[in-house]
Ligand binder design. Structure first.
Ligand SMILES: [Zn+2]
Length: 120
């Protein structure tokens, strides 16, 4: 991400309740994320010690200011493998067969919300 984007992110971090050194660390980590890469609430949680809820709220803030967009990661309920990432709910098929374990399921019920970087 570019300096300008990182500055905007720095101003929208209040949901994470971080100390200045932790803020700087998170901004540094985010600087390595490029356009079209995916960010997980769990990644924010791991690097900051914030709760998953706070991490999710933080990413939603970045969605509001046009840096991220929601995406949906489908996980097989049988083997926990990641099958696919969809940019919108409409793209998720009614039924899917896992290419790891051949389990057939309705992916809509097993889609996790993640975030895609749309702004460099
Ligand atoms: Zn599977």
């Amino acid at each position: 991400m570019l300096q300008n984007t990182l500055l905007k992110i720095e101003h929208n971090m209040s949901s994470l309740k971080l100390q200045p050194p932790e803020k700087r660390k998170l901004v540094e980590i985010l600087s390595y994320y490029q356009k079209n890469s995916y960010l997980y609430p769990g990644t924010i949680q791991r690097h900051t010690g914030a709760s998953l809820d706070e991490s999710y709220i933080f990413l939603k803030e970045l969605e509001k200011i046009g840096i991220l967009e929601k995406a949906y990661e489908v996980i097989c309920p049988n083997c926990n493998g990641t099958l696919d990432i969809y940019d919108s709910l409409n793209e998720i098929p009614d039924s899917i067969i896992c290419n790891n374990c051949d389990h057939e399921f309705h992916p809509f019920n097993y889609a996790l919300v993640i975030f895609k970087v749309i702004n460099e």
